[in-house]
Design a binder for this molecule. Sequence first.
Ligand code: SF4
Ligand code: SF4
Length: 72
Amino acid sequence: MKILSKSVARVQQSSCVACGCCLKVCPRQALNIWKGSYAVVDQGLCVGCGKCANECPASVIDILPGPRLRPP
Ligand code: SF4
Ligand code: SF4
């Protein structure tokens, strides 16, 4: 099992307004807007830095503790 990171961002998708602000500040390019509807996090890229959560005007991003594991 590979440890991806100690924390990861999670978007409350039903409340996301798809403004794209989080995409602009992510140092890992881990966020995308899915079909213009809401932001999604690539957990393989996210390092849990929290920049997106600080930037989100709707406060719909949570940084969750890990670690998260992935089968080899
Ligand atoms: S926590 Fe950091 S790395 Fe993860 S999606 Fe947000 S800005 Fe990107
Ligand atoms: S900044 Fe917040 S509201 Fe805007 S796209 Fe990202 S998660 Fe959604």
